[in-house]
Design a protein around this ligand. Sequence first.
Ligand SMILES: Nc1ncnc2c1ncn2[C@@H]1O[C@H](COP(=O)(O)OP(=O)(O)O)[C@@H](O)[C@H]1O
Ligand SMILES: [Mg+2]
Length: 377
Amino acid sequence: MVFMRNGGKKYVVFLMYICQQAQAGRPMDNHGEVCPAFVFSKTKIAYMKKKNIALVAGGDSGEYVISVASARMIRENIDPERYTVYLIMIRQRKWVYVGEKGQEVPVDKNDFSVLVDGQKILFDCVFITIHGTPGEDGKLQAYFELLGIPYTTAGVLASALTFNKHYCNMVVAHLGFPVPASVRLKTPANLDVEKIIQQVKLPVFVKPNEGGSSIGMSMVKDKDALLPAIEAAFEQDKQVLIEEYLQGTELTCGVFRYRDKVTALPVTEIISKTKAAFFDFEAKYTPGAADEITPARISPALTKMVREHSAILYDKLGMSGLVRFDFIHCNNTLYFLEVNVTPGMTETSIVPQQAAVENISSMELFSMLIEEALSGR
Ligand SMILES: Nc1ncnc2c1ncn2[C@@H]1O[C@H](COP(=O)(O)OP(=O)(O)O)[C@@H](O)[C@H]1O
Ligand SMILES: [Mg+2]
């Protein structure tokens, strides 16, 4: 690069090589610090290098298919003027870049690069949309931390903590927010049903402690159904959480930070219409099986409370990226239920609906998430 000064005005002349690289949309460095710009006299013609974004989907949980659907929606809505998106599918040890024609290219895990048309592609930022492990529980976050590659989600600790429902509830309760009474089971051996129902009153919710999409979860009204429900939850996870049932209005609120400003999106009310009568897998992913009403039909005071609790918890739990807080309003109390570090992003998912009500397009939202991650804040 040659810098020339003329009458106080700066002229920047790039070597031919760099021009060619920039025109071909190729990175000149791995992390986008170099931004080719031509400054001629008073006219500034800026050529912004497109950032390479790895859109990481798949994962090892039962939510694989949801992740694929989320990735499809994100891909269609990432700003093509600013970003070049590479879909990376991760399933156990198989990590591949999936090209336009469906061709698979293995990812080099040493530096998270892929070889495309003989050219090594490195990524400026990773957009993680894996629901469940390893994208929501801190594992991939730790890998990208080690490599020094920015990613769009919350960090290692916040992701790992909130993925563990038991520990998350303990911290949230400690911060002064109501959570359902619960018992955690660390082993399926020597289960004592009588003892459990002394600690939590029926009906209860039995759930894998680290799970998602309501997989392996059941509502239990009768003592006889408790043991089979616990066994079903243990099939999904090493630990099981039994929570008292909260009968009330289910509310959920997406939150993100951009340039130091935390935005709590409009609140959604969820009404499941399935036989299970809670927000089970069918209600979540079958069109029409649940009513998701945004903004929620609740009082302005309760709306304010949900948004405030969500924003405060976002901060206190050390969140970043876009997360979604779930609550149940029951007996005039707003109970925290859980937080999702990689909430669903399909066309019909809740967060895109909330953003739309706030007049934020999915494209704007994703650009903000990427820019926030790139900023290193
Ligand atoms: N303690 C509870 N009381 C009432 N409903 C609950 C309770 N726990 C879970 N649910 C219902 O089950 C759904 C899934 O529970 P959640 O803890 O959010 O797990 P997941 O991570 O699988 O989404 C909730 O959206 C809600 O409808
Ligand atoms: Mg949930």
